[in-house]
Design a protein around this ligand. Structure first.
Ligand SMILES: Nc1nc2c(c(=O)[nH]1)N[C@H]1C(S)=C(S)[C@@H](COP(=O)(O)OP(=O)(O)OC[C@H]3O[C@@H](n4cnc5c(=O)[nH]c(N)nc54)[C@H](O)[C@@H]3O)O[C@H]1N2
Ligand SMILES: Nc1nc2c(c(=O)[nH]1)N[C@H]1C(S)=C(S)[C@@H](COP(=O)(O)OP(=O)(O)OC[C@H]3O[C@@H](n4cnc5c(=O)[nH]c(N)nc54)[C@H](O)[C@@H]3O)O[C@H]1N2
Ligand code: SF4
Ligand SMILES: [Mo]
Length: 710
């Protein structure tokens, strides 16, 4: 570590914490002053790849708007206070609410960067437990609940999600994902662009199903538009085709598979012809996709945010997994494989039975009776839980790493609800659209300043890998890591005497996990990883079934009752047909230079043309008399926004598309750069009542909207 007088140039290696690709970085710095950030060619996984966001880690690190001391709201002003005072007062206020109204009056929201920071990820649950809060919400219910749900139903555990074996597949069918912009998700694959090209170079094909001709679609061999929210019908018809044309062949997994007959019967009505009108995809294309998936020896059907955050997200993820299984691609090289992570959070003691997973619908949300899943309630219910009087009404909220005002449906309703709380505290690095409603903001160190082991992303990586990042600089005086904030609050909430306070450093859990994990024999430990700052490669993914299955009987039922019971809902939607012709269907998009809602204060990413525009097809634009650049008003059931139109044939007729994460015009924030690029929030249009009722995930795709020129 450099001392305060040491001005020599130092090289520091870490994994980027911004997205799921976890690229290796080389940072050079002089006594903590960043000089450059580049890709690390010696990282065996990312091989030197980075994207423009990595460079913005410096902007975050140096951002004058970033909070470095706790803030306390005093009237309409904010006052910087010391940590002791902040932690004592926050714990006192939470304790007061709990004493007065019970622990059910306290809610918790954990946002996306939680999974990019092992300190937060490992320490937050202890604090939540000490709080006794049951109303736990997270970004998972506006993102990947359906993935977990299908993994649980089919493989016995929500974390047992297979990933595409990208480096060995010859046919990659992508449905509702845009990895060229997002760098991949539930699929850690740094440099996905080169990996995609390699599929094509070895004679393979990439096909994209998306209502927008995306950056990935442009690189693919084939792209088909699909009407938002109708993927379930495409997937049902593909499954029907496999049965009707005797293409079902689970191969090695045949002996493990139950429910084929029931599944065949359930999908029988969904012929390719019957779903053509609703999906906008011709029966020939549907049959051809089913054939290619079945007949390519190494093929992977992969779905992501577009099929997860929609009305039938649960059914979609069920069918995606089932289609891979029926065509013999599940648990096979070049298909969809399970990882063998260096820290296996699913590990059970050898010989002891695997516990049956039951965290679904054990309780329901108070107001609209939404089912609990994985110990959480859908975040779309958060506002009503705050607004609605009665026993269990939420009076206090703890947010960490989250900006739900911009990231969850009907953000305007939520921001109004937040003003009604008796108490709110945010653990966050910015005073933003959400945290401005808090009474206290507790800012941790972040990014380059923190240690991290990517527990989640190593578990979802297309190769087995492990890597530990140390902080770039010693911890500055008067600062705390996320995990320390949680530990300080936990100890205060438990009411233990100060003399007995010992902070549990989550590093110990990581070390133990490595030392008792699947690579223990190779000597993996934290000490070992510290010696390999570029990360270690632990080999390609391997077939693992039946050993890895968590289902109580060790088998896979392809027709679980919960999915079958949800099918009539899809059937009803098919009967109902397409919506009123005057409405358009709203979807959202990601851009390589955006990162959800929180990187818009990084000047380096905000150069160039305005990215917050509404994509419209030329036929819709002509019908509405709208030209590119013109400001238009978009209305939905819940709200309206004004946004410049961007007319392009790359969007499906009848569909409009906005980026998510904008809407920085809100007053009272400290985001000087983001405010200059305010844009409009797509979640001022998305509807908190529109959801996948099976999993509770918000339906952010396919929201009916009306557009007018202004
Ligand atoms: N319409 C629409 N809405 C969407 C989506 C969509 O595609 N369309 N996508 C959804 C998805 S996939 C997701 S994951 C969610 C994301 O939803 P959120 O997680 O609620 O939102 P983020 O924008 O990721 O906000 C991250 C917050 O963490 C803070 N932060 C950053 N680094 C740190 C840190 O190190 N420590 C702490 N304590 N805080 C930090 C930032 O300042 C910011 O406030 O949005 C969802 N919302
Ligand atoms: N640059 C950048 N990278 C990111 C993020 C970011 O904000 N910016 N966010 C990170 C996060 S939190 C996540 S979860 C991942 C997400 O990773 P991805 O899922 O790859 O990202 P998206 O770009 O949201 O891709 C969703 C695609 O689904 C399409 N789509 C929308 N509705 C439908 C539909 O009904 N059916 C079908 N078939 N497609 C539909 C959209 O047009 C879009 O192309 O990205 C991560 N990486
Ligand atoms: S692709 Fe993701 S992990 Fe890699 S440099 Fe960009 S933001 Fe960081
Ligand atoms: Mo996400």
């Amino acid at each position: 570590m450099s001392s305060s007088t040491d001005q020599s140039l130092r090289t520091y290696y870490r994994a980027c914490n911004l997205c799921e690709a976890i690229c290796g970085l080389i940072v050079t710095h002089r006594n903590g002053q960043v000089v450059s950030i580049a890709g690390d060619p010696d990282d065996p996984f990312s091989r030197g790849h980075i994207c423009p966001k990595a460079v913005a880690l410096r902007d975050v690190y140096e951002d004058p708007n970033r909070l470095r001391k706790p803030l306390k709201r005093v009237g309409t002003d904010w006052q910087e206070i010391g940590w002791e005072q902040a932690l004592d007062e926050v714990a006192d206020r939470l304790h007061q609410v709990r004493t007065q109204h019970g622990p059910s009056a306290i809610g918790v929201y954990a946002g996306n960067p939680t999974v990019h920071n092992s300190g937060s990820f490992l320490a937050m649950p202890g604090m939540v437990k000490a709080l006794g809060a049951r109303a736990v919400f997270s970004a998972s219910s506006v993102d990947q609940f359906p993935h977990h749900f299908a993994a649980w139903q089919l493989f016995g555990h929500p974390l047992l999600m297979p990933v595409p074996d990208l480096d060995h597949t010859d046919f990659w069918l992508i449905i509702g994902g845009n990895p060229i912009a997002s760098n991949g998700s539930i699929m850690t694959a740094p440099d996905v662009s080169t990996r995609l090209r390699a599929i094509q170079q070895r004679g393979g094909r990439v096909v994209v199903i998306d209502p927008r001709r995306t950056e990935t679609a442009h690189r693919a061999d084939e792209h088909h538009f699909i009407r938002p929210g109708t993927d379930v019908f495409l997937l049902l018809a593909m499954t029907q085709t496999l049965f009707a044309e005797q293409l079902v062949n689970p191969g090695r997994l045949t002996a493990l598979t139950d429910g084929l007959g029931t599944l065949q019967e359930a999908v029988a009505p969904f012929t390719p012809e019957s779903v053509m009108a609703i999906t906008g995809i011709s029966p020939d294309v549907i049959r051809a996709l089913a054939h290619e998936l079945a007949q390519t020896p190494r093929a992977a059907l992969y779905g992501r945010v577009g099929v997860s955050t929609q009305e039938f997200g649960g059914l979609c993820l069920w069918l995606i997994n089932v289609l891979n299984l029926l065509t013999g691609h599940l648990d096979e090289p070049g298909g969809m494989l399970f990882t063998s992570p260096a820290i296996d959070v699913l590990a059970t003691r050898p010989g002891s039975p695997r516990p049956v997973y039951n965290k679904y619908n054990r309780f329901q949300s108070r107001v609209s009776q939404k089912p609990e899943f994985m110990g959480e309630l859908p975040v779309a219910c958060l506002a009503e839980e705050i607004e609605t009087p009665g026993d269990g009404q939420l009076r206090a909220l703890v947010t960490s790493c989250g900006n739900p005002v911009l990231s969850t449906p009907n953000g305007r309703r939520l921001e109004t609800a937040l003003t009604q709380l008796d108490f709110m505290v945010s653990i966050d690095i910015y005073l933003n659209e959400t945290t401005r409603h808090a009474h206290y903001i507790l800012p941790p160190l972040t990014g380059l300043e923190t240690a991290n082991y990517d527990l989640t992303f190593h578990m979802l990586a297309i190769r087995n890998t492990a890597r530990y990042s140390e902080p770039m600089v010693p911890k500055p005086d008067g600062t705390l890591y996320d995990w320390e904030i949680f530990e300080h609050l936990r100890l205060r909430l438990l009411g233990t005497s100060r003399a007995e306070w010992t902070l549990q450093n989550p590093e110990k859990i990581i070390d133990q996990g490595l030392r008792y994990g699947p690579y223990a024999r190779q000597g993996l430990s934290l000490t070992y990883l510290r010696e390999y700052p570029h990360g270690v490669d632990l080999g390609p993914l391997q077939s693992q079934l039946p050993g890895r299955l968590f289902t109580p009987n060790g088998r896979i039922d392809v027709a679980p009752a919960l999915f079958l019971a949800d099918l009539p809902r899809a059937h009803a939607a098919l009967q109902e047909g397409t919506p009123a012709p005057d409405s358009l269907l709203l979807i959202s998009r990601r851009h390589l230079r955006d990162n959800n809602s929180w990187m818009h204060n990084a000047r380096v990413l905000m150069k160039g043309r305005n990215r917050c525009t509404l994509l419209l097809h030329p036929t819709d634009a002509a019908r509405l008399g709208i030209v590119t650049g013109q400001s238009v008003r978009v209305r939905s059931r819940v709200g309206e926004v004004d946004i410049p139109a961007d007319i392009t044939p790359d969007i499906m007729p009848g569909v409009v598309c906005m980026p998510h994460g904008y809407g920085h015009h809100r007053t009272g924030t400290r985001l000087d750069v983001a405010q200059q690029h305010a844009g409009a929030s797509v979640n001022d249009l998305t509807d908190e009542a529109f959801a996948d009722s099976l999993t509770g995930n918000a339906a952010l795709s396919g929201v009916p909207v009306w557009v007018n020129g202004m």
